[in-house]
Design a protein around this ligand. Structure first.
Ligand code: CMP
Length: 146
């Protein structure tokens, strides 16, 4: 089943110059990029994006971090996109993430964990709609040139 999922390359990974390597990992795993943009989130953006965590002890730290620099937001498409991206991204805690996962490679802590990946198709749709208008989503099929 073709699905869409939403991902954020977080400020620590962008600042470390890892954007290209992370985008390359998405493409190598068969994801098609159907929308992509560099953004600086306002506090309001980050608080709304992470509203489900509003009452958690780590909320302020999470908002501080997500507003500390530029992020890259992407909408991706492939078969079983949600599960496949979560597998590639790895455990929330980089120290527990498997070897070869993006959080293991680029994450520094649970907060500074390099990459966000949506946990369901419905949440991906809601999260993506905060960053992309419908007309900015481009359904490209990458095929070899003949
Ligand atoms: P993300 O996938 O972006 O979704 C919510 C984020 O909250 C998560 O990645 C972590 O960066 C952060 N987070 C989740 N649990 C904790 C925690 N116990 N302490 C600090 N940050 C957390």
């Amino acid at each position: 089943m073709e699905e869409r999922t939403f991902t954020i390359i977080k400020p620590n990974a962008v600042a470390a110059g890892a954007t290209g390597r992370i985008v390359d990992a998405f493409l190598r795993e068969g994801f098609r990029i159907i929308a992509m943009r560099l953004v600086c989130m306002s506090r309001n953006d980050a608080e709304k994006f992470y509203a489900v965590h509003r009452h958690k002890a780590f909320f302020d730290e999470l908002v501080d971090f997500m507003t500390s620099g530029a992020c890259v937001v992407l909408l991706l498409e492939r078969e079983h996109a949600v599960a496949q991206l979560r597998r590639l991204v790895g455990d929330t805690d980089p120290a527990r993430a498997e070897e070869g996962t993006l959080r293991r490679m680029y994450g520094e802590s649970v907060t500074r964990n390099a990459v966000h990946a949506s946990d369901s198709v419905e949440n991906a749709r809601i999260e993506a709609s905060r960053f992309f208008r419908e007309e900015e989503i481009i359904e490209v099929r990458y095929r070899p040139q003949r």
